[in-house]
Design a protein around this ligand. Sequence first.
Ligand SMILES: [Zn+2]
Length: 202
Amino acid sequence: MQRFLRAGGYYRHDIDGLLGPLSRAALELFEADGANVRSELGAFDKRTESTLATMLVPTQRAARKFMAATGGAGLTSGLSARLISGTRTFAEQDRLYAQGRTEPGNVVTNARGGQSNHNYGIAWDVSIFTTAGKYIDALAETGQMQSKDVAAEYVKLGPVGRAMGLFWGGDWAKPDRPHFQMLDNDQLPTVRDKFLNGGTIV
Ligand SMILES: [Zn+2]
């Protein structure tokens, strides 16, 4: 939390892991800036809002603009986008990496803790839902929707992000279509260094 607040420019003191008055003051400033961006750009569904709250403020700003623009992306009628995943701690990333390897489930990431843009408050994953609140990827698993049709919906969102100067996981050699990030992958070593040693990331 302190590293995250420092990477956002809100905390300039020691990383001691204690939520003291300086950390709390930094957290309040961070939350106030996030609330200002929400008032300026508009609010979204509960899941999207809780996801936005985990991102650095410039990322929140970009993600709100992205969400607003998904309305014009040409998704099939009755479908809409929500943000479902924002920032993950290194420990959360390591647990996700274990899924499908040493733990049950499908492999969902190739990044260990510290190797993902999600670990630095500068990335999000979008999901597409039906008006009934069903996740279309789950409809593909039960055969109610074809996988290629699910992929085609996500492909409509890529250009929305690209047009805003975001980096889209769908452009990668191993496509990750729900994924968007503020910086290109080659920036990751710099981002990690700033996060660990102090410095504003975005
Ligand atoms: Zn992602």
